[in-house]
Design a protein around this ligand. Structure first.
Ligand code: ZN
Ligand code: ZN
Length: 215
């Protein structure tokens, strides 16, 4: 089975349909897959598309899968565009890998982190997910400040936004660098961090500058 290839064909069928197209010629003309006919055959024999004459239509199951692919692709575009200023015309090849690897759980975290965006940077609609219909409280935010972390929970440092180079050097001398894991042990009277076997007390304005995710 060539799942990535099938993903690409379903994705194209979805975008073609947005343009009001559904013919075999449109599909073959728009794809960069090496053997689109074989992929189409796989999709038909597994009940994901129906072909009648020149017309290709997704079945319910094909459409469900395509919706997920499009959703992941367009959310990845928003992420790359909003966070890293990648221009819409440069997005396609970058975002194209994300759609295959994002799990449902990560997709919901990304969607929640971005505030459930309705459209991608190209202006195309992003299919809604469960997280968008009811703002789910059980979806973990992608990244939080260390100062907001649960007491005792092991978290991994994603990035640090220090006020000065001196502070950055001080943090790094304590082993507080992106990629390392820490625990916030207490909040009062100062923030106590455990890094490996070491315990240090720091001010809240420092833990405010350290962004973490669940380890
Ligand atoms: Zn887009
Ligand atoms: Zn959402």
């Amino acid at each position: 089975m060539t799942l990535y290839g099938q993903d690409e064909i379903l994705e194209l069928l979805w975008t073609l349909r947005e343009e009001g197209k559904n013919s075999r010629a449109d599909l073959l003309g728009g794809t960069q897959e090496e053997s689109p006919e074989a992929l189409l055959d796989e999709l038909r024999s597994t009940g994901q598309v129906e072909i009648s004459g020149e017309e290709i239509r997704m079945t319910r199951s094909g459409e469900d899968r395509a919706r997920g692919i499009i959703r992941r692709h367009r959310l990845a575009e928003v992420l790359l565009h909003n966070l890293f200023d990648i221009a819409p015309q440069q997005l396609d090849t970058n975002a194209c890998q994300f759609e295959h690897i994002l799990s449902e759980e990560v997709t919901e975290s990304v969607c929640t982190f971005l505030g459930h965006p309705p459209s991608c940077p190209h202006g195309n609609p992003i299919p809604r997910g469960e997280c968008c219909d009811r703002i789910r409280m059980d979806v973990r935010p992608l990244v939080t400040r260390l100062s907001d972390a649960s007491i005792g929970a092991q978290v991994r440092i994603v990035f640090i936004t220090p006020k000065s180079v001196k502070r950055l050097e001080k943090l790094s001398s304590m082993g507080i660098v992106p990629g390392s894991t820490v625990r916030l042990m207490q909040r009062n009277p100062s923030h106590v961090l455990q890094i490996g076997q070491t315990t240090v007390a720091v001010d809240k304005d420092i833990t405010d500058e350290i962004y973490v995710k669940q380890a």
